[in-house]
Design a protein around this ligand. Structure first.
Ligand code: AHR
Length: 535
């Protein structure tokens, strides 16, 4: 671990900027003379960093491993309802209040023929999915997914196949889902037993087509042309839809960001948002084995977001467009590639990408949520990738489910974040790790909901050995009452939940914050992620 010799003052707002300055150490009488307030957060509810759309906290279900089959859908199971939906999973998803679910992929979609997944189940083809080398029965398709969304009280976000798929097939899927009656595809939907159109609003134009691993991958210019054509055709079917273009997401690729520029130069006018995917992992490649670095990786995501927005602004200016594109972080999570098999070996619903998430992973997931909230002005869609079994907060077996460690920060965002993101001013000591900017010990995000006066702080303490005091300076009115204060922490950062021990990583009550004269003092345990809400 390499700390900077002199502690530095770290300042960030929504644009996250680090500046060097003397250490900030203070003694506060309210806490006793011996306790140092090492971090100060200036909280001004009037300083908005953007309205927080509920869709910022969506999720993702791909035909991958046991996400769909044995995950949300298991006909014949005593846990399934008449439609074959797992009722325990439905209850968990409803309890979370997941607002949006992206489907059916992911890399799966780049070869998917959606017509295989509709109509009488017995007549649906059994296909080989090349992305994951699995058997796809097509027993679960578009109609089943849209029925599941209704049962789960969530909104669908459908991705179309722009890898091997045609523009006409993309437009036909919009017609199948959204046209009321009187056309080939809408009448087919009705014959399939779904008289009312689904009115799907969110549509993704392909998946990761910048990546050499993706079936049908192409360069940015080719994608931009195809996306523009598909967008025009899809909008002729339904003008009201919201369209999300692919964006490149792997900084290691030689055409990273150039791919986006070339794509957006061709499809900017036709789309509403561009996507970014980000997986952070405690792999040797990403962290060199350093936990201090692992807990700081969300700063890379902050950077990727800023870089992507810079490309969007460049293209906007060059094209003389008024419209600003939103960002859809429509796949994000912690993923340790090495630890999760990804080759299905021609099996039906094999165990793929099933990661046992640790406490450290949960802290990083929390930090990624902080990053999302800090950029709420431009990120309008976020999808935790994924929801069940594959890279997921919920794991099932034949008898039930358990909640992974990453479930908790996600649940807190859904439960406590609301209104607008607050641009915090943070003074905190920092440390150094290779290849990252100066790392603040405390990483925070906050929200303020003007409708009910609730102020919420989400804070990560990256210090692995010491508790850290935070002093919150309420620059607008100080809150009256503490509503909630929870923390995820523990002595074993490798602890993970399982069927045998489902509560090894579980939220605890945080020591009650102390408030006086427009300030509040909070103590965060070492290596912890906390949520605190006041009204
Ligand atoms: O979420 C798992 C996979 O990660 C998705 O299928 C793909 O889009 C990404 O590379």
């Amino acid at each position: 671990m390499s700390f900077s010799p002199a502690r530095r003052r770290f300042l960030h707002d929504s644009a996250l900027a680090a500046i060097a300055s003397p250490a900030l150490l203070r003694t506060d009488p309210a806490l006793g003379a011996a306790r140092r307030a090492q971090t100060r957060i200036f909280f001004d509810a009037r300083r908005s960093a953007g309205t927080l759309e509920r869709t910022l906290f969506g999720s993702f279900l791909e035909h991958l491993g046991r996400a769909v089959y044995d995950g949300i859908y298991q006909p014949g199971s005593p846990l399934a309802d008449a439609q074959g939906f797992r009722t325990d999973v439905l209850a968990a998803v409803r309890r979370l209040g997941v607002p949006l679910v992206r489907y059916p992929g992911g890399s799966f979609v780049s070869q998917y023929n959606w017509e295989d997944g509709i109509g009488p189940p017995a007549q649906r083809p059994r296909t080989l999915n090349l992305a994951w080398n699995t058997i796809e029965t097509n027993r679960f398709g578009t109609d089943e997914f849209l029925a599941w969304c209704q049962a789960a009280h969530t909104a669908p976000y459908l991705a179309v196949n722009l890898g091997t798929g045609s523009i006409l097939a993309a437009a036909a899927l919009v017609e199948y889902c959204n046209r009321p009656v009187g056309t080939h595809w809408s009448d087919l939907r009705r014959r399939n037993g779904h008289a009312t159109p689904y009115g799907v609003h969110y549509w993704g134009l392909g998946n990761e087509l910048f990546g050499p691993w993706e079936i049908g991958h192409m360069d940015g210019a080719a994608y931009g042309r195809k996306a523009a054509d598909a967008a025009q055709a899809m909008r002729r079917v339904d003008r009201s839809i919201y369209l999300i273009a692919c964006g490149s997401s792997d900084p290691a690729l030689p055409d990273y960001l150039q791919w986006d520029r070339e794509a957006l130069e061709r499809c900017y006018h036709e789309v509403d948002a561009v996507s970014l995917h980000c997986y952070l992992g405690d792999t040797r490649a990403q962290t060199g084995g350093s936990t201090e670095k692992y807990l700081a990786l969300n700063l890379q995501l902050d950077r990727q977001i800023r870089d992507k927005l810079a490309v969007c602004e460049y293209v906007r200016t060059r094209l003389g467009a008024r419209k600003r594109l939103a960002l859809a972080l429509d796949e994000w999570n912690v993923w340790d590639y090495g630890r999760t098999p990804s080759n299905g070996r021609g099996q039906l619903a094999p165990h793929l990408l099933e990661q046992d998430y640790t406490l450290a992973d949960a802290l990083v997931a929390g930090s990624m949520l902080n990053t999302l909230m800090r950029h709420a002005a431009r990120i309008k869609i976020g999808c935790l990738a994924q929801l069940v079994n594959a890279l997921a907060p919920i794991t099932t077996d034949a008898h039930g489910l358990f909640l992974q460690s990453i479930y908790y920060p996600y649940r807190w965002a859904l439960e406590y974040a609301g209104g607008a993101s607050v641009a915090l001013l943070i003074e905190t000591p920092s440390y150094r790790v290779p290849e990252l900017p100066l790392v603040p010990y405390i990483d925070a995000a906050a929200t303020y909901d003007a409708t009910n006066g609730r102020r919420t702080l989400f804070a990560l303490n990256r210090d692995l050995t010491a508790a850290r005091q935070i002093e919150i300076v309420w620059e607008s009115a100080a809150p009256q009452r503490l509503r909630a204060a929870y923390v995820l922490t523990g002595t074993d950062l490798n602890a993970a939940n399982s069927f045998a021990a489902p509560r090894r990583v579980h939220p605890q009550k945080l020591n009650e914050p102390v408030s006086r004269a427009g300030r509040t003092w909070v103590e965060l345990p070492p290596a912890s992620y906390a949520v605190i809400q006041w009204d």
